[in-house]
Design a protein around this ligand. Structure first.
Ligand SMILES: O=C(O)CCC(=O)C(=O)O
Length: 271
């Protein structure tokens, strides 16, 4: 199945660095992903980073899971997402960067701190985006994502910090070229923060430099499962500078090279 991005959507991506794509993921994919998510929760791979939340809930985070489960792999490579990524990135070549699971079970009050993504990733370039697929009805009180529109153009690289209580990902090295992120949460009125409620199958699309975060899931009656898939385009090169996430490094690549390898496969998109 293919889906043409509209002019309004392409403009919103360029201007704001974040938008919502409604009803994008078909029910058969949602059902397959839901099953794969339960398999991942019961038998997570090496990059699992979860914890029990103090208020009784639980956070399950994991990444590079497409390499463990054929459903995630097919979704990353063959769903509607790659062709759409090509359009928004305006790229000839498309690579999968990685995928990531964020499950905030009911009553998991930990916030996802404000951040932008690219400082965490061992890459340089502007053609980098994420899709975040909702598996549940998602509201601000269950952990809907919030974005600072236009922040993808700030050219500010914020120092990565650990999320919630995720010691398994380790402490991020300090990079002297990065800056600490301002306290957006304490100063919300100073930023044009936007958020959208989602239904299952709705998707956030955002640039890797867009500042975003999410509240905890305060609901007692609802999970908040989000599945993010990240893609990169022509101008992206490998760069394993200080401060990046260790599970995303690749020992075969040299700084400055194109990403094309088993870990970051080139995707042939039929349109
Ligand atoms: O799901 C969340 O709370 C955070 C997601 C996120 O930061 C991301 O996908 O980059």
């Amino acid at each position: 199945m293919t889906r043409q991005a509209t002019t309004d959507e392409l403009e919103a991506y360029q201007r704001d660095g974040a938008l919502v794509l409604r009803n994008l993921i078909e029910p058969h994919w949602l059902e397959a992903l839901a099953g794969a998510i339960e398999r991942d929760i019961n038998n997570p791979g090496p990059f699992f980073h979860g914890y029990d939340a103090p208020d009784g809930g639980r956070f399950h985070g994991n990444l590079r899971i497409w390499q463990n489960d054929p459903i995630f792999k097919r979704f990353c490579l063959e769903s509607v997402l790659p062709a759409l990524a090509k359009q928004f990135l305006d790229t000839q070549k498309l690579n999968l960067l990685y995928d990531q699971l964020f499950v905030k079970e009911a009553q998991t009050s930990n916030r996802t701190r404000w951040h932008n993504d690219q400082p965490y990733w061992p890459i340089r370039g502007r053609q980098v985006l994420s899709f975040w697929v909702a598996l549940d009805h998602t509201t601000l009180d269950s952990g809907a994502l919030e974005f600072v529109p236009g922040s993808h153009k700030w050219e500010r690289w914020f120092q990565p910090e650990t999320f919630g209580i995720t010691p398994s990902l380790g402490v991020y090295e300090r990079n002297p070229d990065y800056e600490d992120i301002p306290d957006i949460e304490a100063n919300r009125a100073a930023y044009p923060i936007v958020s959208w409620e989602l239904e299952p199958g709705d998707v956030y699309l955002f640039h890797a430099m867009t500042v975003h975060g999410s509240p905890g899931n305060a609901r007692g009656d609802r999970r908040r499962r989000g599945y993010a898939v990240r893609y990169v385009g022509d101008d992206v090169i490998y760069d394993d500078r200080l401060g990046v996430s260790k599970p995303l490094l690749n020992s075969t690549l040299v700084n400055g090279e194109a990403l094309d390898c088993e870990q970051y496969p080139v995707i042939e998109v039929s349109s």
